[in-house]
Structure formats: C-alpha cells, structure tokens
Design a protein around this ligand. Sequence first.
Ligand code: MG
Length: 321
Amino acid sequence: MRLATYRKGKAARLGIVWGDQVIDYNVGARLMSPKGKGAARAFADVDLRGFLSLGASAIRMAKKVEAWVGKQSAGKSRPSLKSWVFDLAKVKLLPPLNNPPKILCLARNYASHIREVSEVDPLPEDILVFMKPATAIIGPDDPVVIPPECRLLDHEVELALVVGKRGRNIPEEKAMGHLAGYTILNDISDREYRRMKNPPHHVNWFFMKAQDTFAPLGPFLVGKEEIQDPHTLRLRLWVNGELRQDSAREEMIFKVPAILSRISRFVTLEPGDIIGTGTPTGTSFGTQKYLKRGDVVECEIEGIGRLRNVIRVEEPLYRTR
Ligand code: MG
C-alpha cells in the first residue's frame, strides 16, 4: 500500500495512492467506520503519523476503503466517488509526514561515499547518527531555500525508513515488525560547516544538516510489503537532468534490521520516526559541483518513486510565520 499526504483546496488530506489516482482516506474511513462517532473519528480524522499510531487496524481500514472504491468504480455509481477520488496529477503532494517524532540520519553507510568524504577509509564499526528537526522537512516540488552566502550546498539521495510501531531495545529478528515502510529523503547539506577552522577539523553537524528545508521528503510512504530487499535498491539523483548519484545496486553497509535495533538501544522508536540510511558516491563534495540557485534536483529510488525540488536563494529576513 502507498500512502500520500496531499492538499485539495486548503486542507491537508491523507490519501491512498491507487494507480494514478489518490483516494481520500479521511472520507473513506468515515464512511467505512462502524456507527458511533467516536470510533469513526478515531480512524478517520488522522494524518499519517496518527494513522501509523493506530497500527494494523488502520491498515485494515485503508484496505477496506481501497477495496470499496475498487468495487464502486467498476460499477455504475462512479460519479459518487468524484468528491473524494482524484487524479494524482491534479492534487498538490505534501511531504508524507511533516511532524515525525524524530528524523534520524546515518552519516556513513555506503563504502563509495565514505571513500569520497574521508581520507582514511576504514569501514565503520558502528552506525554514526545525527538528527534533523521537523522544520527541515519540505515536500515534492517545494524549494530548498538558502541564504546568498551559501556556496557549498550538497545533495544526498537516501532511502528513508518510516517506523510503524513503538519499540525500545528491539532485537534484530523483530526489527522489521517495527517498520511501516519507505520513502525518499534528500539529505541536503551545507559543506561550509564540515571543517571548522577553529577548532580545526570539528564538524558543525547541526548547521550543516539541520537547516530549514534541508530534508526534502516524499513522494509517498511505500509499505514495506512492496519492497523485497531494501538494501540493493537502485538510488539515483540528477541535477538539471545530469545523473550525479547512482548506487548501481551497491549495498548498504548496515542493514535495516541492524539499524533499527541499534538505534533503539539508545532511544525509543515511535510511529512516524524517519531514518535516513545513508547515501552512495556522487555528492557535490566528491564532484565539486555544488548546488546553486535554480538547480533542479531529482531523487529516484526504484519501487518508490521520484522526488523533485528546486534550489531557491533568499535574503534571510525576520519572520514570525
Ligand atoms: Mg546523508
């Protein structure tokens, strides 16, 4: 199952991607819910984080809605679906989640990228993790916004895990049971902050990775059942149509169950948490082709989709919204 968050009119809606259409889950779940308003609201009035928090019963509800729409659209009553089933091309896709409890990212999980950013290249003995705040998230076609002085803007296409079930100290053999599915994260980075001059060689991770708009996310949440082996998916990234990153099926160093298990030794994983799993070679740091105003960056992961964003330069202004 594929889930999207989209805007139709003014409201953000949770949608079930259905071929080239999107079904309004919020409407569908209200229609399908058992009588009794409380129960209906619990299932219907949710965003993706709320949906994930409801667990397997919400997924059953979404399947029920999808099956019902399938049946209706095959029959003669198709016009009744017009107000809650839309062409995907006609809605504005939002980030699948804009309020994750946490965004965690692995810094080094592809050998080709480690060689690209590091003079010494021993393979890491443990995962190296940093965090981004939710304010960094933008959706498909939204701009990455940088100040005029930013000169070393970089891109990193990554497979992002989305947690579906709460857990602490998760054993590896139970880890996949805590995963809801996958999406794409572009781990935007300002390399200016990679090597501080004083003190030398310190990395200012937060300034480098956590800025507003530095976490393009989407286009959908793809359920884990749709992906056979997440470790060998082909990740690609283009800048203005030029292929810059291509994992060419290079495998991740740390695998998904190990990542979930290891992180949960330190923090509780919660429904809606997002975990970037690292990027392959071809970043601007390696090519020295840094992103600039107007560049179009497209990330693609096979089986998941394509995420497109543009680089915009803006003077930093005082704002309260
Ligand atoms: Mg990264």
